[in-house]
Design a protein around this ligand. Structure first.
Ligand SMILES: Nc1nc2c(ncn2[C@@H]2O[C@H](COP(=O)(O)OP(=O)(O)OP(=O)(O)O)[C@@H](O)[C@H]2O)c(=O)[nH]1
Ligand SMILES: [Mg+2]
Length: 362
C-alpha cells in the first residue's frame, strides 16, 4: 500500500493526476479544500491487490489449461487469496480512519513508516501487519506525529521478538540447516565459549560423515579446545554416544548440511528426533539468503521439532529484515547471531534490543 497526497485547482484535476500516476486501482482516502484555495485529495494504491488480482487471473488461466489441478490445491489457493484480500480490506479501512484522523499528513507518515521496514528487508506483508498494529488505536492528536508513531512501531516489533539461549541450561543440542549455513563454525564458537571460557563439561558429536573432511574440521577445533569429539553415523550411534557422555553438561551435535527437498536425508533427521527425544534442534540460517529461499528453508526444516533459530553472516549485509521474516514465519525464538567467521569471537546470544537495532535502527 502506498499513499500520496495530490493537489490541484479542482478535485477533478487532482483526480486526473491520481489516475495518471496510480491508474484505475487508486483508492480515494479523503479530499478537502486547503486554505490556499487548492484541493487536496489523498489516494492509495495497493500493489498487493494488483498482484493478488493478477495472480488470480493467472490461476484462472492455469486451471483452464490444466484441468487436472486438484480441488484441494485450488481451495488452498483460494483460501490464501481470500485471506490476503481480507487483510488488505482491513488495512484499507484502517487507512481511511487514519487519514480522517491525521488529515493530509497521513500519506507521508504512512509511507515513511512502511518504507522504514521494507528498506530494512522486512517482507511487505509483514510490514503491513506491523503497520496495522501500530496505527490501530492511535488517537487523533497523535496521528501525524511521526516520532510518536515510530516509537510505537518499535514497541510493537519489540513485543513480537522472542529470544532464548538453549545452552543456558544443560542438555543436548543438534544444529541443522542447509549446506554451508555455518553450523560447524557456530558449534566451534559455542564450544569455545562454554567449554574453554566457562569451563563447562561438554562433548561434541558430529554426524557429518558424508562430506570428506567434515568430521576432521570439528575434530581439529575439539583438539584445540580440549573438548572430546566423537562421530555418530546414525540415530542408534548417537544415542549410545549421548549415553556415554551422560556426565556432560552440554552435548553439541553437528549434522550434515542438507537441502530440505532431499526427502531421504530429511527423513533421517526426523527419525533422529523421534529416537532421541532429549535432543533439541537449532536451525542455522544464513541471514543473507533471499526471501523466497529463506521461506523455503524455514518451511522445509519445519518438519523437525525446531526449538530455536541461529542466524549467520550478519557481517555480510546491512539489512537484516530477513531475520524478522524468518522468526515470524517459523514462530521460533532467535538463539545465536554469528557476525563473522572468527572462532570464537564472532558470536553473540540474541537479545531483543540487538535484534530491534537490526530491523529498526534509530
Ligand atoms: N563471513 C562469515 N562467514 C561465516 C560465518 N559463519 C560461518 N562462516 C563461514 O562460512 C563457511 C561455511 O561454514 P561452516 O560452519 O563450515 O558451514 P556448515 O553449515 O557447517 O557447512 P556444511 O557442513 O558444509 O553444511 C566457512 O568458511 C565459515 O568460515 C559468518 O557469520 N560470517
Ligand atoms: Mg558443517
Amino acid at each position: 500500500m502506498r499513499m500520496k497526497s495530490f493537489t490541484g485547482p479542482s478535485v477533478k484535476e487532482a483526480l486526473r493526476l491520481i489516475k495518471a500516476e496510480f491508474g484505475e486501482q487508486a483508492l480515494i482516502m479523503s479530499n478537502k479544500r486547503l486554505s490556499s484555495g487548492q484541493y487536496e485529495v489523498i489516494a492509495a494504491v495497493d500493489y498487493d491487490l494488483d498482484a493478488a488480482a493478477s495472480a488470480g487471473k493467472n490461476r484462472g488461466a492455469e486451471s483452464t489449461v490444466k484441468p487436472v489441478m486438484t480441488a484441494g490445491s485450488q481451495s488452498s489457493l483460494e483460501r490464501e487469496l481470500k485471506k490476503e484480500l481480507r487483510e488488505l480490506r482491513e488495512l484499507k479501512d484502517l487507512c481511511f480512519s487514519f487519514a480522517a484522523r491525521s488529515g493530509g499528513a497521513a500519506a507521508d507518515v504512512f509511507n515513511r513508516l512502511e518504507e522504514n521496514l521494507v528498506t530494512g528487508g522486512v517482507d511487505r506483508r509483514l510490514a503491513k501487519k506491523i503497520l496495522m498494529n501500530t496505527l490501530s488505536g492511535v488517537t487523533r492528536d497523535k496521528a501525524a506525529d511521526i516520532i510518536y508513531l515510530k516509537s510505537r512501531m518499535r514497541r510493537k516489533v519489540y513485543d513480537r521478538l522472542d529470544v532464548k539461549d538453549p545452552l543456558a541450561n544443560s542438555g543436548a543440542l543438534a544444529f541443522v540447516g542447509s549446506e554451508g549455513a555455518g553450523k560447524t563454525t557456530t558449534i566451534a564458537k559455542l564450544a569455545a565459549v562454554h567449554g574453554v571460557k566457562r569451563k563447562r563439561r561438554m562433548a561434541l558429536i558430529t554426524m557429518d560423515t558424508l562430506r570428506i573432511g567434515a568430521a576432521d574440521q570439528l575434530k581439529a577445533y575439539g583438539r584445540l579446545m580440549g573438548v572430546p569429539v566423537e562421530v555418530a553415523r546414525d540415530a542408534g550411534e548417537l544415542k549410545s554416544r549421548m549415553c556415554a557422555h551422560a556426565d556432560k553438561e552440554l552435548i553439541l551435535v553437528d549434522t550434515p548440511g542438507l537441502n530440505h527437498r532431499d526427502s531421504r536425508r530429511m527423513e533421517a533427521l526426523i527419525r533422529l528426533a523421534d529416537e532421541c527425544p532429549a535432543l533439541k534442534f537449532n536451525l542455522v540460517l544464513n541471514s543473507q539468503t533471499r526471501d523466497e529461499a529463506m521461506y523455503e528453508s524455514v518451511k522445509g526444516f519445519g518438519a523437525l521439532p525446531i526449538d530455536s533459530l541461529s542466524f549467520t553472516r550478519l557481517d555480510e549485509g546491512k539489512e537484516h529484515g530477513a531475520i524478522l521474516n524468518a522468526m515470524v514465519m517459523a514462530k521460533k525464538p532467535a538463539a545465536y547471531l554469528s557476525t563473522g567467521s572468527r572462532v570464537p569471537d564472532d558470536i553473540e546470544v540474541a537479545s531483543r534490543d540487538r535484534l530491534l537495532s537490526f530491523f529498526m535502527p534509530n
